[in-house]
Design a protein around this ligand. Structure first.
Ligand SMILES: Cc1cc2nc3c(=O)[nH]c(=O)nc-3n(C[C@H](O)[C@H](O)[C@H](O)COP(=O)(O)O)c2cc1C
Length: 194
């Protein structure tokens, strides 16, 4: 399996801009075989609109992802512009783009949904093994469920209720970010806790 199915894989998108290369973590959404990037205002959105192409980089290093998200310098290589530390990378092309906006707790923000086609991975790349916030949320839900079961056995009703609330918070993250497997995990957890 390449990316999270019917869910979000965390990748780093590298693009070329007038001032040089840019790297930003993005959620790559797979839905029924199509790949989408929902990109808010910033360099990545501008560069993708201008050039119609970029590189998907896979890294499981939290430091690289955190540093890139802050717009700080992560080490890049050129031709194509990519993360020096990428575990896997492949070019992509924009097939379609739709401007949209969201209104949430931060107010209104513009974004563009890019439908992308992913090309052949570059030489030396294996399978892309990505981090998935949905999978992590399912794992956290499982931790809360196992602790809730202990709390219930011990008659700690308030603690059990709190752990079930935390479980449901993680389950809502899985709903938003998870793929098929993470959703299946949450169903199994809920069934076991009934
Ligand atoms: C794990 C992770 C996932 C992210 N996913 C997205 C995303 O899907 N779309 C987006 O616009 N920003 C996303 N961000 C935020 C951008 O990476 C961040 O705003 C970045 O500074 C944008 O940089 P740019 O101006 O170079 O495009 C994500 C950040 C992290 C840490």
């Amino acid at each position: 399996m390449r990316f999270v199915q019917n869910g979000v894989s965390e990748v780093v998108v590298t693009t070329d801009g007038p001032g040089g290369g840019n790297a930003a973590p993005m959620g790559l959404i797979e839905r029924d075989g199509a790949f989408l990037l929902r990109v808010f205002e910033g360099s990545t959105r501008r560069n993708l609109k201008r050039t119609g192409e970029g590189v998907l980089n896979v890294t499981r290093d939290p430091v690289t992802i955190a540093v890139a998200s802050l717009g700080e310098g992560v080490e890049l290589r050129e031709r194509p512009t990519r993360l020096a530390s990428a575990e896997w990378y492949a070019p992509f092309e924009v097939l379609d783009q739709r401007d949209s906006s969201v209104d949430d707790e931060l107010g209104e923000s513009e974004l563009t949904v890019f439908t992308v086609e992913i090309g052949e991975a570059f030489e030396g790349s294996g399978e892309p093994v990505t981090l998935s916030r949905g999978a992590c949320a399912a794992i956290s839900a499982a931790v809360h469920a196992s602790r809730a079961a202990v709390a219930e056995e011990r008659g700690l009703d308030e603690k059990a209720a709190e752990l079930r609330r935390r479980l449901e918070l993680e389950a809502s993250r899985v709903e938003r970010l998870g793929g098929d497997r993470a959703r299946e995990a949450v169903e199994i957890i809920r069934e076991a806790l009934r």
